[in-house]
Design a protein around this ligand. Structure first.
Ligand SMILES: NC(=O)c1ccc[n+]([C@@H]2O[C@H](COP(=O)([O-])OP(=O)(O)OC[C@H]3O[C@@H](n4cnc5c(N)ncnc54)[C@H](OP(=O)(O)O)[C@@H]3O)[C@@H](O)[C@H]2O)c1
Length: 346
């Protein structure tokens, strides 16, 4: 059977803030079969993950393109690989059967031909909503869990600050921190987001960073006894302000720097002497270097979900054509929680 497979491409390199007009919806014929012995799997995509790091892949140049196999440059007109949840429609690989629900590296398209060696795992489609496998039980969850437990090594009673706290990773870090007995403050870009953190996600406090002309003094107000752990999703000015307010032997998980992705001129002016004398650890990390915690992450997070101790915050758009606005919206702060695009149901 042959069909038209719709997909999203970038029209040109994107070196500033992305907009909807940087993208185009295209289609190409796809034969729903695999060559004998090819081990390929054809997946019908159900949910696609929309992630800020993709912008670094769309630029003319970013250091990420050379340092991580997952962040190589996307050329204009190329398919854009991305995590997602899908259903197997044809399989040449004995590990997968037709109708298996899978999570893995798919693409911003309706159907993806998954080649051998590409990340693809079967998931149980019954216990949790399918979208969870691309959010709280997917890479965002692993990032939050690995970054918080492996990098920050929290102790009960420690003071934790999270930026982009209502986002996909941040909303989970705050919940893990509360479950670990920490005091947690988050920052986000609107009143609605701040209310969500305080009223629904259990943060001890939260503030709108856009209303704070002086971030250092704002953090001094929220952390009169200093910050022990900073989970950084945004970089630049917020990282400077957090370091200025950190306690001795503070830990910073440098997870993301979204404020710098669309603005090449924005850079951190860190007080290095402060870092030395306060013996602060700043550690960049990528979730996929922490697969040793994957089993623990899945079992404990599933258990938290089962017992209502954690909640998934998701922001789901519908239809492949909504991918460009979903992606551009990440950089305008449109999303609340994990941004996903729903293509079709099982
Ligand atoms: N290290 C890893 O392995 C790894 C894995 C996944 C994600 N990440 C990184 O983690 C961070 C969060 O990712 P996510 O998927 O959870 O995204 P997200 O937080 O769900 O969405 C992005 C949010 O960032 C905030 N933002 C946008 N532009 C900003 C700016 N100029 N300054 C400050 N905040 C800004 C917006 O929220 P506000 O309304 O609050 O501004 C927006 O909603 C990103 O930097 C991402 O690249 C790293």
């Amino acid at each position: 059977m042959e069909l038209e497979n719709k997909h999203i491409i970038i029209k040109h390199a994107i070196d500033g803030l992305p907009t909807e007009s940087d993208f185009e919806l295209r289609s190409a014929p796809l034969v729903l079969s695999v060559a004998q012995g090819s081990k390929e799997v054809v997946v019908k995509n159900l949910f696609l993950s929309i992630d800020p790091y993709q912008l670094n892949r769309m630029k003319t140049y970013s250091s990420t393109q050379k340092t991580s196999a997952a962040a190589t440059r996307i050329q204009p007109w190329q398919r854009i690989d991305a995590f997602g949840v899908g259903k197997v429609v044809v399989s040449g690989n004995e590990e997968f059967e037709r109708d298996d629900v899978v999570v893995g590296l798919l693409a911003w398209e309706e159907y993806t031909v998954v080649r051998p060696g590409t990340t693809l795992t079967k998931v149980d489609p019954h216990e949790f909503p399918l979208s969870y496998h691309a959010s709280i039980l997917g890479t965002s969850g692993l990032t939050a869990y690995a970054g918080f437990y492996d990098i920050c090594k929290p102790k009960k009673g420690e003071k934790v600050f999270v930026s982009a706290a209502s986002g996909s990773v941040g909303s989970l870090v705050g919940q893990y921190a509360k479950l670990s007995g920490c005091y947690v403050v988050g920052c986000a870009g609107s009143k609605t987001k701040v209310d969500l953190l305080k009223e629904k996600l259990g943060f001890d406090d939260a503030f709108n960073y856009k209303e704070e002309p002086d971030l250092k003094s704002a953090l001094r107000r929220y952390f009169p006894e200093g910050i022990d752990i900073y989970f950084d999703n945004v970089g630049s000015a917020m990282l400077e302000a957090a370091v200025a307010n950190m306690n001795l032997f503070g830990r910073v998980a440098v997870c993301g720097a979204i404020s710098e992705y669309a603005d090449a001129g924005k850079r951190l002016a860190l007080d290095t002497v402060d870092v030395i004398y306060k013996r602060i650890t700043l550690r960049g990390f990528l979730a996929f270097d922490h697969l040793h915690v994957y089993a623990g992450f899945i079992s404990s997070t599933s258990d938290h979900l089962r017992h209502g101790r954690m909640r998934a915050v998701e922001d789901i758009s519908t239809g492949l054509e909504s991918v460009p606005s979903a992606f551009a919206g990440l950089f305008r702060g449109d999303n609340v929680g994990k941004k996903l695009v729903h293509l079709t149901s099982l």
